[in-house]
Unconditional design. Sequence first.
Length: 204
Amino acid sequence: MPEALLVRIRRCRACRDAPKYGPPLPHEPRPVCVASRQARILIAGQAPGTRVHATGIPYNDPSGDRLRRWMNVDRDVFYDAGRIAIVPMGFCFPGLDAKGGDLPPRRECRELWHDQLMAALPDIRLVLAIGQYAHAFHLGPARGRTLTETVADWRRIRLEAGDRPVYPLPHPSWRNNAWLKRNPWFEDEVLPELRADVAALLAG
């Protein structure tokens, strides 16, 4: 554990064969989740996109390149499950909406797996909560009314999270380029602190 749990997650077909919320997944499920009991950093994203679905490798796309720059880590460190767990809110690519954007993460994942998986990761000391769905799960009532309000309140959120600090982050997708330009404080203020905390945990 969590190895046995990960095997069960990777075999899960609930959103296709027994969906509780909305229509069945329109393609073969391919759950993507990386974790180890020794991991100290948790990356909590939304759900795999098309490229991740095709390769089975999380953040194997330009969003991942940007996220690694935010963290100041290379691919070898990023994909070392003994140091960094990658647990999206939805494990499978949810499909596309009418405008060609990704649908929200499937809610079945959260109900079936997330509480079990969090309990199986006792050494997590830092959470990077990416996007509103991860904010909702990892912050609960501590999050703001909007993504911007939540991210802007990062100092209080990090402080009040205790021995498992949480950084609320926007998604590193190109779709958020305009948000990053409107909010330069994110790169100026948040990223230096984030990189320092990541480096300290990796060194420790």
